[in-house]
Design a protein around this ligand. Structure first.
Ligand SMILES: Cc1cc2nc3c(=O)[nH]c(=O)nc-3n(C[C@H](O)[C@H](O)[C@H](O)COP(=O)(O)O)c2cc1C
Length: 482
C-alpha cells in the first residue's frame, strides 16, 4: 500500500486510478443535478447537497449545546447545503457515547431550540431565506459504546473483544456480561418516542432514528442469536424500530418528517496486524451468525436482501428519507470513512480508499435503484477532496443517489455547497484531507471534562490548538466514540 493515497493533480489522474482499481466512481464537472431542488415529504429543499451528522463532543456536561456547538451549527447553516442532518443526540443519559454529547430532555429543550434558531438565522443571513432548508436531529442510544456502561443486545464474539468495560485498564466485555432485557428495550422504545415528540415540539423539520455505526438500534438489526421477541427472525430484529414508528404516528401523526440513517452493511470487526500495522479481520467462522447486511457465508461482502427489506418496512411505516451508511467507527473504520491516515485507535487501511468509496456508492445505488422515488442520502464522499462534488453530480445524474452529503468534508469546509453552486468548484485549500484528527480529538478524554471537542485540525485553527493541548496531556487516551 502506498504511504500517500491522494496524489492527484487533476481529475484525469483520479479517473485513471479509478480505472486502475476497477471501481465505478464517475465524475461530471458541469454542476446541474446538485443544484436541483428535492421534494422530501411535504417540503422542498433548495438543492441536493447535505451535511451529515457530525458530533462535535462539545456540549456541556448536562447535554446542552455549548459555544463550539453553536459555532459549528451556525457555520453549517451559513454553508449553503439545504439539508442539515443534526448530530447524534442521546435519548437517555445511559445512552451517551461521551460526556459532552447532546442529550434531549425537558431541561435542554430551550437550548436545543436556540441551536436550531441560530442555525436558521445564519442561513437566512447569507441566503435571504430559509424556507427551503431542512434541519433534522439524529436520535441515538449508543448501546455497547455507551460511555458509562456498555448496553449490549447480544454477545458478538469479535465485537465483544473490542467493547470496553473499563477503558482505562483496557478490560473488555466478559462472556457473562448481561444483555439488555426485552422489558428494558420496551422502556427504551417509549423513551425514543418521547424524544421524537420533543424533536417535533422544538420545530425541527425531521427526526432520524439512528440505526447505523453499530450503536444500539443498528446492533438489534443483526441480533440473529438473541432469544425472545427482539432477536432471531427479521420481524423480531426490526420490532424495536417498527414499534417506535407506530407509537410515533399514534402520538404526532404525520406532522414530522421521519428519516433514518441505516447501516446497509456492518462488516466484520478488524484489528491491527502487530507486524505490518495493516487492519485485518478478527478471525471468524462461517456461517457468520452476527450483524446486518453481511453475506453469512462471506461476511467481508454485503448481502443487501435484508437492508432492502428494512427500507421497504421503514417506508411502509412513514419514513420519507434514508441516509445510507456502513461499518463501525470502533472496529472497521475504513469501511465507514475511507481515510488517508489512520486515527490513533486505527490501522493502515487494508484496501485503497477508492475501494471503500466504491463500496459506499455501490450499496447506496442498489438501495436507490430498489426505491427510485425515495430520497436517499449518500455517504463516503469526503476523501475525494475537491472532486467530491463532481462524483455527487454524476451519482445523482445516474440515479444512484438523491442527495450528496459530506461529514468530515463539511467540518473542514462548511460552505462547500455555496462554493460549488456559485463557482462550479471547490477550493482545494479548504477541503478535508482525511488525516483523522477529528477522530483523534474524539478519542481524547484527558481533560477536566473527560472529553475534548472534535473539529477540523488542518483547516480550523481552534482545533489545531485543541489538538496541541490534548497532546500536551497525552495520558489517559482511550478507545472512544464516533
Ligand atoms: C468527528 C466525527 C463525528 C461524527 N458524528 C456522527 C454522528 O453524530 N452521527 C452519525 O451518524 N455519524 C457521525 N459521523 C460519521 C459521519 O457522519 C460520516 O458518515 C463519515 O465521516 C463518512 O463520511 P465522510 O467521508 O463524508 O466524512 C462522525 C464522524 C466523525 C469523524
Amino acid at each position: 500500500m502506498p504511504e500517500k493515497y491522494f496524489t492527484y493533480k487533476s481529475l484525469d489522474e483520479l479517473r485513471s486510478d479509478c480505472r486502475y482499481y476497477g471501481v465505478d466512481i464517475t465524475f461530471e464537472e458541469k454542476l446541474e443535478a446538485v443544484a436541483r431542488p428535492v421534494r422530501i415529504g411535504n417540503r422542498t429543499i433548495g438543492n441536493s447537497i447535505g451535511i451529515h451528522p457530525m458530533e462535535g463532543c462539545d456540549g456541556t456536561l448536562d447535554g446542552k449545546p455549548d459555544e463550539l456547538t453553536y459555532r459549528r451549527w451556525e457555520r453549517f447553516g451559513a454553508g449553503g447545503a439545504k439539508l442539515i442532518w443534526g448530530e447524534a443526540t442521546a435519548i437517555t443519559p445511559e445512552g451517551l457515547a461521551n460526556p459532552r454529547q447532546l442529550l434531549i430532555n425537558e431541561a435542554n429543550m430551550p437550548h436545543l431550540e436556540s441551536l436550531l434558531k441560530r442555525t436558521r438565522a445564519a442561513h437566512r443571513e447569507v441566503f435571504g431565506r430559509d424556507d427551503d432548508l431542512l434541519i433534522g436531529l439524529q436520535l441515538t442510544h449508543s448501546g455497547r459504546y455507551s460511555y458509562r456502561r456498555p448496553v449490549i443486545t447480544y454477545h458478538h464474539a469479535q465485537a465483544d473483544r473490542v467493547t470496553y468495560l473499563d477503558k482505562k485498564s483496557g478490560l473488555t466485555l466478559p462472556r457473562d456480561f448481561p444483555v439488555i432485557t426485552d422489558d428494558e428495550l420496551e422502556r427504551l422504545e417509549d423513551l425514543f418516542v418521547q424524544a421524537i415528540v420533543r424533536v417535533y415540539r422544538l420545530g425541527f423539520d425531521f427526526v432520524d432514528l439512528k440505526q447505523c455505526h453499530t450503536y444500539l438500534l443498528n446492533e438489534l438489526l443483526g441480533a440473529h442469536t438473541r432469544n425472545g421477541k427482539y432477536g432471531g427472525s427479521f420481524e423480531n430484529r426490526t420490532r424495536f424500530v417498527r414499534n417506535v414508528l407506530q407509537k410515533t404516528r399514534h402520538e404526532i401523526g404525520d406532522s414530522l418528517i421521519l428519516a433514518s440513517r441505516i447501516n446497509a452493511y456492518d462488516g466484520v470487526p478488524y484489528e491491527k496486524d502487530p507486524t505490518t500495522g495493516v487492519g485485518k479481520p478478527i478471525p471468524f467462522e462461517t456461517p457468520y451468525p452476527y450483524s446486518f447486511g453481511v453475506d453469512r457465508n462471506d461476511p467481508l461482502r454485503e448481502d443487501l436482501t435484508e437492508p432492502i427489506k428494512l427500507v421497504r418496512m421503514l417506508v411502509e411505516h412513514g419514513v420519507k428519507m434514508i441516509n445510507v451508511s456502513m461499518g463501525s467507527p470502533y472496529y472497521n473504520m475504513h469501511i465507514g470513512r475511507p481515510f488517508e491516515h489512520a486515527p490513533i485507535d486505527g490501522y493502515i487501511p487494508p484496501e485503497h480508499p477508492l475501494q471503500g468509496i466504491d463500496r459506499h456508492f455501490r450499496i447506496t445505488a442498489a438501495i436507490q435503484q430498489a426505491f427510485p422515488d425515495l430520497v436517499v442520502v449518500g455517504t463516503g464522499y469526503s476523501w475525494l477532496r475537491q472532486y467530491l462534488v463532481y462524483a455527487g453530480e454524476s451519482n445523482i445524474r445516474r440515479k444512484r443517489v438523491t442527495i450528496l452529503a459530506t461529514g468530515r468534508g463539511a467540518i473542514a469546509y462548511p460552505d462547500y455547497a455555496k462554493d460549488a453552486l456559485r463557482t462550479g468548484k471547490l477550493k482545494s485549500s479548504n477541503v478535508c484531507i482525511a488525516v483523522s484528527h477529528c477522530t483523534n480529538l474524539m478519542r481524547s478524554k484527558n481533560n477536566a471534562l473527560g472529553q475534548y471537542p472534535a473539529g477540523c485540525v488542518p483547516r480550523d485553527p481552534i482545533y489545531a490548538n485543541v489538538l496541541k493541548e490534548s497532546l500536551g496531556r497525552k495520558k489517559n487516551r482511550s478507545p472512544g466514540n464516533a
